[in-house]
Design a protein around this ligand. Structure first.
Ligand SMILES: [Zn+2]
Length: 157
């Protein structure tokens, strides 16, 4: 779809000062290369990103490790049989539990990231590519092909 296919008018304020989001985005990012800091505007218009298959699974997996091991070590307070970190068996059981929590959580997050990147991301990116932004009121709306626009409004130009 080119710019010319798009009905270039804002449904909110009727301004014709609108642009495809990805065009406006690359313009404002190019501006930042000239020493102008990337504006809030560019931030709002930024494209969707793929999820990291490694980074977040590792972070969340590590958290799961700490939580599982920590909960096991505190278990003594809950069930009444005291367990402490000096006890060799408690330490190794806590570690095994933590490692299990880590690998399970990391594997699940990894699969979720892959699923997102394969199935959801392309749709989000396609949606982003077709969004139009109004320079006057910042309203974002899906682009309408000119033919559809004319059909709806009965305008032939
Ligand atoms: Zn507008």
């Amino acid at each position: 779809m080119t710019d010319l296919d798009v009905a270039m008018i804002c449904p909110k304020c009727d301004s014709r000062d609108v642009a495809l989001v990805h065009v406006a985005y690359s313009k404002s990012v190019r501006g930042s290369e000239w020493g102008i800091s990337e504006s809030d505007f560019a931030y709002i218009l930024r494209p969707p990103e793929e999820h990291s298959v490694i980074f977040w699974p590792l972070i969340i997996g590590t958290l799961a490790f700490l939580v599982a091991a920590g909960m096991y070590l505190l278990m003594g307070d809950i069930v009444g049989t005291p367990r402490n970190f000096l006890d060799e068996q408690t330490r190794s059981t806590a570690f095994r539990l933590g490692r299990w929590a880590f690998s399970t959580t990391a594997a699940i997050r990894c699969l979720l990231a892959i699923r997102f990147n394969l199935y959801r991301f392309p749709h989000q990116f396609e949606f982003w590519k077709n969004q139009v932004v109004c320079h006057r009121c910042s309203h974002q709306f899906p682009s309408t092909r000119l033919a559809t626009f004319q059909q709806k409004t009965g305008v032939n130009s």
